[in-house]
Design a protein. Structure first.
Length: 487
């Protein structure tokens, strides 16, 4: 399917590309908003119904397909993503706004995820148990949950769908996918790779439509589970719907991630790591460091090191390989960050570098300078509210225990980091740091494919993504009592 000449994208249902008939939605280049990257017309409810039917119809044949055959398709998908890496990375950068080097990494990461989950075909699926009765054996096996609704965000439009779709398919589930309307082209590129790799019709269905259509699909009995990444407000809404319909929901939601810098830390290393975590990808990572708590005795020295690094960052065209910071992805995000910064300053925050974005001309991109603010008190909107932009705030603490208290403030608990040269202090703080992902002497961002990922509190449900734990969500355990007949 060649979309280079025709910007209008299609949904993918039962192995066919289906043009929508609803309203026109456009995706623009955030560095050049006048440039349309792609567009599509939203699908009708009839198309959503057809997608649900296709997934339900394909479920039995897909789950009974030998796991090694499913694995071959995942590996072929990985190969195709690697072959098409350069073109997809360029489109990703144009559509989402991340620097081209970051986009290349994301495409490579998506390929690695598909390859990793293809190996689930070679892992044990159950266990054998002794029976209290003669002539009997008891064992367990894992079976697919059924059709999975997959709702994904715009900030990692290839990597996050990969770590949801790959394990779902590996374990024999069909998928109904509703991607973000900000990055539809990248969603289409992933579906193209899966289709070209030989995925049977109906196993994966892509819907370019309204969020309300995904919500209605969640209420449908043909959906067995839902995996979602996005805001806490939307995640909680989906969890409530799932509970009402006895449908399990995996939700990876917001974060307000803190870095603790203790007086005995390597301050230069801490500054390097925190700048990367706070400003990389224009701060548009759920695991980005957005608040920094520094022991008072080293706060001046650390702040100086941090500002020195932030002010060296190159802001510019994400297609340029020398660019460190591209634009934020949407005008809505630009306006939200500007509003939050203005409110924070009105509440006493002091700008150390960067500043409040000014009103743009229509031709300007959604660029926001990396901004660091000093907070005299944590009683400020910038300390508590997720910003999702290249913004970090600094506050001080007189002790490690006070720093931990500040880091734990608020409803979130996704990721965090501790910088210290003392293993003992690191372990003491680790015991009470309320986050699902904790980095000690490294940045708060990053998630490896082979280890579980997910947050605590309002940042996520108890389910984990990636690693061996992914199978716990995408499968259910059956216990089997086996006898050969009457003893």
């Amino acid at each position: 399917m060649n979309l280079n000449d025709a910007f209008e994208l299609s949904s993918f249902v039962n192995g066919e590309w289906i043009r929508g008939e609803g309203e026109l939605v456009t995706s623009v280049n955030p560095a050049r908003p006048s440039q349309i990257v792609s567009s599509y017309r939203t699908v009708t409810d009839t198309t959503v119904e057809n997608a649900l039917c296709a997934g339900a119809s394909a479920q039995t044949s897909w789950q009974t397909t030998p796991s090694h055959v499913r694995a071959q398709i995942l590996r072929a998908t990985a190969d195709l993503l690697e072959e098409r890496l350069q073109n997809i990375a360029q489109e990703l950068s144009a559509e989402q706004g991340k620097p081209i080097s970051v986009c290349r990494g994301e495409v490579g990461r998506a390929a690695a995820i598909f390859r990793y989950f293809s190996h689930d075909a070679d892992t044990a699926t159950g266990a054998m148990y002794a029976s209290p009765r003669a002539g009997e054996r008891i064992f367990t096996d894992r079976v697919p949950v059924g059709q999975v609704l997959c709702i994904t965000p715009w900030n990692v439009p290839l990597g996050i769908p990969a770590w949801k779709i790959a394990p779902a398919l590996a374990h024999g589930n069909t998928v109904l996918w509703k991607p973000s309307d900000v990055t539809p082209l990248i969603a289409v590129r992933l579906v193209e790779a899966l289709n070209d790799a030989g995925l049977p019709a109906g196993v994966l269905n892509l819907i370019l439509g309204h969020p309300e259509q995904a919500e209605r699909a969640l209420r449908d009995p043909r959906i067995a589970a839902c995996t979602f990444t996005g805001s806490t407000a939307v995640g909680r809404h989906l969890i409530k719907i799932g509970a009402e319909h006895h449908t399990d929901v995996l939700a990876e939601m917001g974060g307000k991630n803190a870095a603790i810098v203790l007086a005995d830390a390597d301050l230069e290393w801490a500054a390097d790591q925190i700048v990367s975590a706070a400003m990389g990808w224009s701060g548009q990572r759920c695991t980005a460091t957005s608040r920094i708590v520094v022991e008072t005795s080293v706060s001046d020295e650390f702040t100086s090191l941090l500002l020195e690094r932030v002010e060296k960052l190159i802001i510019g065209d994400p297609a340029d390989t020398t660019t460190d910071i591209g634009p934020v992805s949407t005008e809505r995000q630009f306006d939200s960050i500007a509003s939050l910064l203005a409110t924070g300053v009105s509440q006493g925050a002091r700008i150390l570098t960067g500043g409040i974005p000014q009103q743009r001309d229509d031709s300007d991109g959604f660029f926001i300078a990396p901004t660091v603010l000093d907070l005299a008190s944590p009683d400020n909107v910038l300390f508590s509210k997720e910003i999702f932009g290249p913004v970090a705030v600094i506050t001080t603490a007189d002790s490690a225990r006070e720093a931990l208290t500040l880091a734990n403030e608020g409803e979130y608990g996704l990721s965090g980091s501790i910088f210290t040269s003392s293993i003992e202090r690191a372990f003491v703080l680790m015991e009470s740091f309320e986050v699902g992902v904790l980095h000690i002497n490294s940045e708060s961002c990053g998630a490896d494919t082979h280890v579980p990922f997910g947050g605590f509190n309002a940042s996520g449900t108890h389910h984990k993504e990636m690693g061996e734990q992914a199978r716990d969500f995408y499968t259910k355990i059956r216990t089997v009592y086996l006898r050969g007949g009457r003893p």
